[in-house]
Ligand binder design. Structure first.
Ligand SMILES: Nc1ncnc2c1ncn2[C@@H]1O[C@H](COP(=O)(O)OP(=O)(O)OP(=O)(O)O)[C@@H](O)[C@H]1O
Ligand SMILES: O=P(O)(O)OC[C@@]1(O)O[C@H](CO)[C@@H](O)[C@@H]1O
Length: 307
C-alpha cells in the first residue's frame, strides 16, 4: 500500500486577477477555483489518475477540512484523515502576470491529536511506501518527521520525503526511496549557488552518498536530473506552455512511484515523473490521466555519466 502524509494540508484557492494586482487597492477577479491541496495530497491525486492505489493521511479540521475531504471524495481519492479541532488552512495562489503563492501557517495540532495520527498507520507493513511531504503544522514536536521515519523503518516499509533544510538532511541517512529537491532547495541544503548542470551533478551524487536510493533534481522549465547508483541522467521537459507550476514537483513524485510500482524500472519511472510534472505545469489544476498519457511518449532521457 502507498500512504501519503500531508501534516498541513490546504484548500488551494486559485484566483485569476483581471489586471495586475495593485497593492493597497481593491482588486477584482472573475475566475477562481478551489482544490484540495498540500504536497502529499497532490501526490495522491496524481496517483489516482495513474490508477495507483493509495491512501491520503494527515490532519484536517473545521469546515475547510470537510471541504477538503469532499473534494478528494469527488475524485475518488481514498483518505483516512485524523480530525483536529482547528480549521484546515486556505492557501491563496494568484495567477497574475507572475504566479504568487500566499501560504497560511495552518492550524495548531494538539498533543493528543498528534498522537492520534499513528492509528492511521496501524496497518503499515513491510514493503509499503509512505510519502511524507510539505510543511509541519504548529504544535508538532521538532522531531515529528524523524519519529515518523523511525516508525516507518521499524515496520520495514520504505519512505519518500519532500521537505527542506535540516529535516531533509536528517532524512537522507534513513535511506529514503526517493528525494526530489528542486534546484533552489538543493542550493539551500548545501549552501551553494549552482549555475550549470556540471555544477549540480556533484551535489546530486552527494545525496546518494548520504543515503538516498534515488534522487531527482527538478529544474523547472529546464527539466530534471536523475541519480541512481553510479548513473546520472538528464531529461528536458516536453514542449508546452507553462500555465501553473503549483504541484508540478508533487506530480513528479507521483509519476515516479506510479510507474515504479508497475515494473520496478527506475528509468521508466523517471520518464513518467517528467510527464506528470510537465502535464501539471501545462494545466490550470493538477494534470489528468489523458494529459499525462499525451506527454509520456515525448520524454527522452540522456545518460550523462557512469563511474
Ligand atoms: N515551464 C515549464 N515547462 C515544462 N515543464 C515544467 C515547467 N515548469 C515545471 N515543469 C515540470 O515540472 C517539474 C517540476 O518543476 P519544479 O522544478 O518547478 O518543481 P518544484 O519547484 O518542486 O515545483 P512545485 O513546488 O511548484 O510543485 C520539472 O522538472 C518539469 O518536468
Ligand atoms: O506550505 P507547504 O506545506 O510547504 O506547501 C503547501 C503547498 O503550497 O504545496 C502544494 C504545492 O506543492 C500546494 O498544493 C500547497 O498549497
Amino acid at each position: 500500500m502507498i500512504y501519503t502524509v500531508t501534516l498541513n494540508p490546504s484548500i488551494d484557492y486559485v484566483i485569476y486577477p483581471n489586471n495586475t494586482i495593485k497593492l493597497g487597492e481593491l482588486n477584482r477577479f472573475d475566475k477562481s477555483h478551489k482544490s484540495a491541496g498540500g504536497k502529499g495530497i497532490n501526490v495522491s491525486r496524481i496517483l489516482k489518475q495513474l490508477n495507483t492505489e493509495n491512501k491520503a493521511l494527515g490532519f484536517v479540521g473545521g469546515h475547510t477540512g470537510k471541504l477538503l475531504t469532499d473534494l478528494l471524495s469527488d475524485e475518488n481519492v481514498e483518505t483516512d484523515f485524523t480530525s483536529i479541532k482547528a480549521s484546515t488552512r486556505i492557501n491563496v495562489k494568484v495567477k497574475g502576470d507572475q504566479e504568487t503563492e500566499i501560504n497560511d501557517r495552518g492550524p495548531r495540532v494538539t498533543e493528543s491529536e498528534s498522537a492520534d495520527f499513528y492509528s492511521t498507520l496501524a496497518h503499515l507493513a513491510k514493503n509499503d511506501l509512505v510519502v511524507i511531504a510539505g510543511s509541519k503544522p504548529d504544535g508538532l514536536s521538532e522531531d515529528y518527521y524523524q519519529n515518523l521515519i523511525d516508525y516507518v523503518e521499524s515496520k520495514e516499509a520504505d519512505f519518500i520525503i519532500d521537505t527542506t533544510g535540516k529535516e531533509l538532511q536528517m532524512a537522507l541517512s534513513k535511506k529514503p526511496f526517493l528525494v526530489k529537491p528542486n534546484i533552489h532547495e538543493l542550493e539551500d541544503l548545501y549552501g551553494v549557488t549552482l549555475d550549470t548542470i556540471d555544477d549540480i551533478i556533484p551535489y546530486g551524487k552527494k545525496m546518494l552518498e548520504a543515503g538516498a536510493q534515488h534522487t531527482i533534481i527538478s529544474l523547472g522549465e529546464k527539466g530534471a536530473l536523475f541519480f541512481m547508483k553510479d548513473e546520472v541522467y538528464y531529461s528536458a521537459p516536453p514542449e508546452g506552455q507553462l500555465v501553473n507550476s503549483v504541484g508540478s514537483g508533487d506530480s513528479m513524485i507521483a509519476g515516479f512511484i506510479g510507474e515504479y510500482q508497475k515494473a520496478n524500472n527506475p528509468l521508466d519511472a523517471f520518464k513518467m515523473s517528467l510527464a506528470c510534472g510537465s502535464a501539471t505545469a501545462f494545466k490550470e489544476d493538477l494534470a489528468k490521466k489523458e494529459d499525462i498519457t499525451k506527454l509520456a511518449s515525448q520524454i527522452k532521457i540522456e545518460k550523462l555519466e557512469e563511474k
